[in-house]
Every structure is written in C-alpha cells, then in structure tokens.
Design a protein around this ligand. Sequence first.
Ligand code: 9WN
Length: 442
Amino acid sequence: MRPRLGSVQLAASAAWTLGGNDNGAMITAAPRLYPHMWSWDTAFISIGVAHLDVDRAVRELETLLAAQWRNGMLPHIVFSEGGGYFPGPQRWGAAELNPDAPDAPRTSGICQPPVHAIALRRIVDVGAGRDSVERLLREGWPRLYRWHEWLVRHRDPHATGMLAIVHGWESGMDNSPRWDGPYAAVTPGSDLPPYVRLDRGLVAHAAAERPSDREYDRYLWLIEEMRKVRYDADQVVRTSSFLVGDVFVTALFALASEVLADLGEESGQPTWQVRQLRGWARRSRAAVAAAHDPVAGLARDKDLRTGSWLPTRTIAGFAPLLCGGLEDAAESAMRAVLAGPDWAGHPDLFAAIPPTVSPNDPGFRAREYWRGPVWPVIAWLFGWAFERRGWLDDAAALRAECLRLVADGTFAEYYHPLTGEPLGSRQQSWTATVVLDWLHTA
Ligand code: 9WN
C-alpha cells in the first residue's frame, strides 16, 4: 500500500528534503545523482523556496545569475565544490577554453530552458517590497534580459523565432524520443576520450530508468565537438552535428519573455528593452504556431541540419498551450487531445496527468527516462500557464492530481504513469518545490 501524507506532513517533508539538499552555497538538484546546481532546476527550486524563505529563494537565483557567462549565457550546470557527477568541470573545460566562462564557480558549456523569469515573477509576488526582492529586480532583471538577448542573438539561426538547441541536455528532456532522429546522425569519433558514468551506480534500476551507454557516447561526443570550437556560440551552432529547433524551449522563451516584460514594466526598466522582449515573445509565439501540425494536432520540433519537421508525438507537442498563438479552433482541439484518452484521460493512468509519451504510442516506455513517465515539474509548468491563460479549472484539476501522485513523500525525479511508482532520483529538489508551490497556492 502506497503511503499517503496529509498536506501538513507533505509540506514539512518537502521543506526537510530541501534542507537536506542545501550544501550551504546552493540547494543542489538532488542529493546523490545531481549534487550541483542546474539552471532550470534552480528556477523551480526558488519558486518553492519562496514560500519558506523569500531571501533564500532570492539567493538561489542570484547564485545562478552570478555564474552567467560574460556573453549572457546562463550555463546549464553551476558546479559545487564537491564532485560526484559526470561530466564534471574538467571534462567540460569551459573556463579553460572560453574567456566568457567564469573561472569560479565552474560551469558546463551549454544552457537549459529559459524559465527563470517565471521564477522571478513568483518571488516578486510572494515577497514584494522586501529588500532582497527589490535587489533581485534591480540587479537580476538586467541579467535575465541579457540571457534572453543571448538566446535571440545566438540561437535563432534562421531568424524565425524558433530557438535551436545544440545538445539534448539543453532541452531538459535529455533522451526524449524527440531527439532520436537528430541523434542518429551524431557519430562519435574514435578519438572520444574514455569515460566512466557515475549515474548508473546511483539509480536503483539504471538500465531501465537512465539513458543507454550508446546515448551517452553521443552526449559526450557533442561536448568534444564544442570543445573543438572553444564553446564559441556561433561556431557551435555552425559545427554541432546536433542542431534542432526546440518547440518547447521556444514556447517557454515566448512565455518567459512576456513575463519578463511585465516585470520590467512594473519595476521601471528601460522601455525599449521591455518593448524588445514583447517583440521577441511575439516572434517566438508565431514560430510555435507555425510548428503546429494540423493533421496530428500537435506542434513539432524541426531538425535544422536536415530541414525536416520531427513528427514524434510527446508532451512537448502541447507547447502552444504554454504560450498561446494558435487559432481558437486549433487550440480547443489541442486542449481536448491533452485531456483525452491518449494523454491525461488515458484510462490506465494512476493520476490524470499527461505523461511524457502517450501510453498508446508504440514508443511508450513506462519507466524509461523521458520516454513515458510523468514529471511533476512539467505538469507544474502547464498548470502555471493554464492559470495565466484563465483556464482555472484545468489548472486546479492538474494540481489536485499531481498532489495525489506525490503524496507518498518521496519527491521522486519522475513517476511511473500507470502505477505511480517513484522512479529515478529520490528527494529531487524541484519535485519538492513544485509540491510546496501547489500546497501554498491551492
Ligand atoms: C543532464 C537535473 C537535470 C535536469 C534535466 C534532467 C537531468 C542531467 C542528467 O537532470 O539531466 O543535464 O544527468 O541526466 O533531464 O532536466 O535539469 O535535475
């Protein structure tokens, strides 16, 4: 029988989990598997921590922003002093190779989805008027503006508003079937330096729940390709054998640019920057709408190396619901698909939450990384966007189902969609923090 904690116990246990992941300098993504700071995890972490201690939430975002590269990129990992994760700072070699990378703290050389403005919004809403929050608005907003500007400048190679990623890790959905096609064209060279994975020893059923060695070879090879051009942002885009227009990242960028513009307007940031953010949002929203496949009813990524749309059906196909931009009829149809029997309404689901791949899809793998399980944090994003778009009943229903899923108090990285079994890492910070946010905003 699955334990089921009440709200008070669940909140206390989430706070305790975060305390355990706090190494003094940062709240790490997870205690064993991810003992460092990850960019989009930190955004979600600060959202939940804001309900416990606003100043600490501000500090988390500030710690991440302090590791921003001089060219504006927010790195996907900010390494803590400890080791325990591969690839670590030596393998990336970012500071040695690129003068824009900070020497301390050490960072990786790629980025992750731009959800940070959403975190700033929540922190401002929870802690408006506090000195730390005012400081974050004053000093953090321009940094976030520069981050968005970096994405526009370096990751929109065809100037369409569709943002490109150069590594599956940049999507945050590492080995989603979305990337199987593009990864098939990545051929690791014989000069790939040898390596030892650490993740396999840290997850109970790694063979079933983590990416394969073949996938890791490709992940590591892409790093070698980037090292060869010293992480120069434009050269990376020119030379990487993986270059994909990511519709989910693009939708998050459109949404976050709008949010950042609102915050800029409210806090007296330069009008031209606010206007520019709204323009970027408009363009990326249009790119997301243009990626909509009217036959399948979902939005698609685009392989920018081959020019082909990627028809793989995953949760990312619902990206237009995050940022808007579809015609009314197409949007209503998409909402119906999300709620319907292929997705959140599938009769065999443990809870009515859209999994990463539909159980009706031949590629569905209930336990495999990004190939079927449910990520509470992804559901949180949809719920937050639904609320913003005025779909309050949908947001409330999603929150209630998510709270049912996570009531066992393990705060797993992800969950088996049919049984609710916790999978991957345990005591994952971002799961604990979205739970806190759900409990505090219910
Ligand atoms: C690689 C930390 C991160 C998340 C990603 C998730 C996973 C790393 C890994 O863990 O990625 O960046 O080693 O698998 O896919 O979304 O940010 O929680």
